[in-house]
Design a protein around this ligand. Structure first.
Ligand SMILES: [Zn+2]
Ligand SMILES: [Zn+2]
Length: 496
């Protein structure tokens, strides 16, 4: 990409894709909020590394983003979720990649191939077998493998105990992961049919906290049950065919990050500071990024993975919310989304659910709380403080030695007490923390620091186990709490 071609296109917004245009003012109280007329903005192109829209009304400066790449990224997330499921495999067909499980209407049952169900695509008449329709003759071996993995054995130790080589281990792990995706697809689809009010918790965190490999992991869970609805990482195992050194929202394929390393000296651990100071510092760090919606464009160290490709996190996060919007029932009366203070999460959630913002059927909230904060306790005194460049309106409460702050990102000033009592992104945060604890030996193993690919099958397996098998103190799984199944699934049932 040459500079001249950038300057010739920078007088307009990046083109819309599939009716999606995410470049507009994201200040909810501004008259230009969600409006896509280019005349309402100044396109700042003097600093090519930081192209932004400047809103003529409120002065906010949202970074620009390629709509094409958001859509392409969502396609990638969908393909990964569906990979290994029975679906039409004809690349030229309309039904290509659409799983039979959730798209029965596109296929005919078409006899059997041995024990396995055969299907025929109604559009192209291509036939294929469902790999999951016969019994799993490896299920005993796979059960043992998982049992060892969940009790903290290393890959080397598991291979020794099961008398297999590492290649076989990973083949089995990938097979288990595909089976888990198959099971999850069934329950996710049931969840997608439900239409009652929903409260969601979202968090974004490094996949391997000690590796600085640039792979971030976003997870969204239903708040009350803990059911993890979806999770994604900004990394793919294949290398990219195109990649650009600097983000350029006018160039297709700009979501792929060119391999590079960044080194910033480790900053001193933050002094113990109050919640207010902490929130203020976070706003400053976000403003200092080259691109406010890209956490990796701040002063962060990056050791690029040895294989595969990193994706600019804003594309994965916007696509994560698009994925959620497609999965969840459109008739849900009200939706609440609780998240940590992160501009990327805010922008993506607001942009994807813009219709709900405009008709006030979504409550997106930042939630920041001290560790000692006890969830659900009575709120007494509330302090309102306007914070950050955006003058975001935060409501704070203090109880004994702990503080909690919330900020309604949809501009609703009512119900502060209610939100201070119930809002928390704990369901997502705790899920991710348990993953680190459970698979500590794999997450932090030095040799895996630059090899995140080996953790990807583990994510699918962990989500399936967490949603379908893991019981709380009352013996109930998240899927049961949501009424998606009547009894917990055993590991054996998961693998059959
Ligand atoms: Zn504005
Ligand atoms: Zn087809």
């Amino acid at each position: 990409m040459t500079l001249s071609s950038i300057s010739t296109t920078l007088d307009q917004l990046p083109p819309a894709c599939d009716d999606i245009q995410f470049n507009y003012c994201k200040t909810v109280a501004c008259a230009n909020f969600s409006r896509t007329d280019p005349d309402l903005y100044v396109l700042q192109n003097s600093n090519l590394q930081r192209p932004v829209l400047i809103c003529r009304e409120c002065g906010a400066f949202p970074p620009v983003l390629s709509n094409y790449d958001v859509v392409a990224e969502k396609q990638r997330l969908k393909l990964e979720q569906n990979s290994g499921l029975a679906a039409c495999s004809n690349n030229d067909c309309l039904h290509n990649g659409l799983p039979v499980l959730t798209n029965r209407q596109y296929y005919h049952a078409f006899g059997f191939s041995g024990e396995r169900q055969r299907y025929r695509c109604k559009a192209c008449h291509h036939t294929f077998v469902d790999p999951w329709s016969s019994s799993n003759n490896k299920h005993q071996l796979q059960q043992k493998l998982l049992a060892y993995l969940f009790t903290g054995y290393t890959v080397r130790e598991i291979c020794r105990r099961l008398d297999m080589n590492p290649k076989t281990f990973y083949d089995q792990l990938n097979n288990i992961a595909a089976r888990c995706r198959h099971q999850l697809t069934i329950f996710d689809a049931r969840l997608g049919k439900q239409s009652q009010d929903r409260q969601l918790a979202t968090d974004l965190t490094p996949l391997q906290p000690q590796s600085n490999n640039g792979v971030l992991w976003i997870a969204t869970a239903e708040v009350n049950s803990g059911y993890v609805i979806s999770q994604h990482v900004n990394y793919q195992t294949q290398s990219a065919t195109t990649s650009v050194t600097h983000h350029d929202a006018y160039c297709n394929g700009t979501r792929f990050i060119t391999p590079h390393n960044n080194h910033y000296p480790q900053s001193a651990p933050p002094l113990s500071q109050g919640l207010l100071a902490h929130i203020d510092t976070t706003y400053r760090q976000i403003l200092a990024r080259k691109n406010m919606e890209n956490p990796l464009s701040g002063q962060v160290t990056i050791h690029y993975p040895t294989k595969g490709c990193l994706i600019r996190p804003q594309y994965t996060v916007y696509s994560h919310f698009l994925y959620l919007r497609e999965l969840l029932n459109q008739n849900i009366p009200t939706l609440a989304v609780f998240m940590p203070q992160e501009t990327l999460l805010r922008s993506a959630c607001l942009s994807v659910f813009i219709d709900r913002i405009n008709n006030h059927t979504i409550d997106p909230l930042y939630v920041v709380e001290d560790q000692q904060w006890q969830h659900g306790q009575q709120i007494e005194k509330i302090d309102i403080v306007l914070m950050g460049w955006w003058r975001d309106r935060w409501a704070f409460s203090r109880n004994k030695s702990a503080n909690k702050g919330i900020c309604h990102l949809g501009g609703n000033k009512k119900n502060q007490q209610h939100w201070l009592t119930i809002a928390t992104h704990h369901a997502a945060t705790a899920y991710q923390q348990r993953f680190y604890d459970q698979f500590n030996h794999m997450v932090n193993e030095p040799r895996r620091k630059l090899r995140p690919a080996s953790l990807l099958p583990l994510l699918d397996i962990y989500r399936a186990w967490h949603n379908l098998c893991h019981q709380n103190k009352a013996g109930i799984t998240p899927a049961q709490t949501l009424g998606l199944m009547s009894s917990p699934m055993t590991l054996e049932q998961l693998l059959q």
